[in-house]
Design a protein around this ligand. Sequence first.
Ligand code: GDP
Ligand code: MG
Length: 601
Amino acid sequence: TDPGRIRNFCIIAHIDHGKSTLADRMLQLTGVVDARQMRDQYLDRMDIERERGITIKSQAVRMPWTVREGDLKGEAAVLNMIDTPGHVDFTYEVSRSLAACEGAVLLVDAAQGIEAQTLANLYLALENDLHVIPVLNKIDLPAAQPDKYAEELAHLIGGRPEDCLRVSGKTGEGVPHLLDEIVRQFTPPKGEAQAPARAMIFDSVYDVYRGVVTYVRVVDGRIEARDRIKMMSTGAVHELLELGVISPEMQKAQALGVGEVGYLITGVKDVRQSRVGDTVTINSRPASEALGGYKDPKPMVYSGLYPIDGSDYPDLRDALDKLKLNDAALSYEPETSAALGFGFRCGFLGLLHLEIIRERLEREFGLDLISTAPNVVYRVLMEDATEHVVTNPSEYPTGKVAEVYEPVVRATVLTPNDYVGAVMELCQGRRGTLLGMDYLSADRVELRYTLPLAEIIFDFFDQLKSRTKGYASLDYEPSGEQKADLVKVDILLHGEAVDAFSAIVHKDKAYNYGVTIAAKLRNLIPRQQFEVPIQAAIGNRVIARETIRAIRKDVLAKCYGGDITRKRKLLEKQKEGKKRMKMVGRVEVPQEAFIAALSTS
Ligand code: GDP
Ligand code: MG
């Protein structure tokens, strides 16, 4: 394809503002998907995406479009559209998609206006030097206020309100015009056709039948179907089995040239061999310099995952290995817990990522899992100048701690004026520091805070929504670390610490945490033959205490002199029950008690 006819663009928006629906209309209008094949959110291919109505993986699709009106009428173009996920956990997917485009369609729900991720995505697009077309969507809604929000958008981007396009992804109104404008406003890709090939990997996915499918955008040169390709970061060379474009499914092609977006298949089984952000070149005539750098996504949140049935442990390991093939951001290593047995400490990009992995493990691999309360990564400096990176609270170093650092984020909250007080109260209660406040319009306020990541991952979003009747939106990005007054709280059963309940919390919240967990356990753990104290402690200092009173449960008492088979049956029954008991020191605890205590916290 002549690069002059290509336009590479993405659609960016706050979640639910209609990206996937607009993508559907484009697929239909360009004839890539016909009415018979059409289903809603066509590009959301994973079951979880379809059920939750969210996009998790980016998608690229090639569409032919002949301009219908205006000065370029009749021009035949090739559009490569990349649909991106909207959730904060997946921002890294958005940023790498942007790097493959020249333009971005910034979509805003005309009944909602600008939201926190509208801003975050716009800034990402501008950082990547993309041309932005502002578009108001859902103009078919009776509640739509396109005039009002066109003003807001123009103010934000620095254009004129009349330059905001107006569409309905649902009815298709305005979409042909938008496609025309994409051809007119976005620049075609620039690249050296004669130079050694360079293509950027913006996604790679493991497919059970085909191995790793690598999505690339060719920047310079040309990759042909019979080439041997080379990964520039590792120097690894792979035979190409197939290459092609996606329209809307994979279609084989002979070659991919300058500016083209498509896929490569090498038969490799591990997505880590095909790292997102890496540059692909050709082995026989390699490029000397890779394309711009790319940072590996770093896990932000950790949680222990344990099979409820201990014999599922090998299956859990296999399942994690398989998911990892698809998800370079997932990390895990084996861990044992006195309370929960064998499991894995897993690292995630955020809570949604955790939830999705957990749900996939349960659904796609039939595992029953328990996960420990998520925690962030702490850096602990000791008085003897050694340093520990703590991803599991129960491994918090003992000895003299000098300083503890916790990760912080820069959060942006957009809220109607009326709820500014409620939002501030919430952020202050979560140890936030106000960085600034701006009025986007007379009744819409942007608040910027530095907040500890640990405070955001526990029901912050739910609290924000409920305190603002659902009107506020949130976006955040990592912003380094800060020194904090943190302590490790242990929960002791009869003097033994229960690892799964150790937590690192702010000094002011330690008491509250201790009391809550101790009370919960008292109600969940059955009485034993002896009195069992439950204590919450910081080091040696007990900060809360509950007691489980003793009972004398002598099962054999009623059988004295009775028949021996009945005795044996009773003993066997007890043994059965014991299997699912965990010993913490001398205390027998049914695993269900741990599970119940963890799942409701
Ligand atoms: P995404 O999260 O940005 O991909 O948003 P979706 O495309 O999944 O859309 C979110 C919701 O808005 C869905 O219920 C859509 O049916 C609805 N929606 C999307 N576009 C329109 C539109 O133009 N008009 C109306 N009335 N609803 C829309
Ligand atoms: Mg979507």
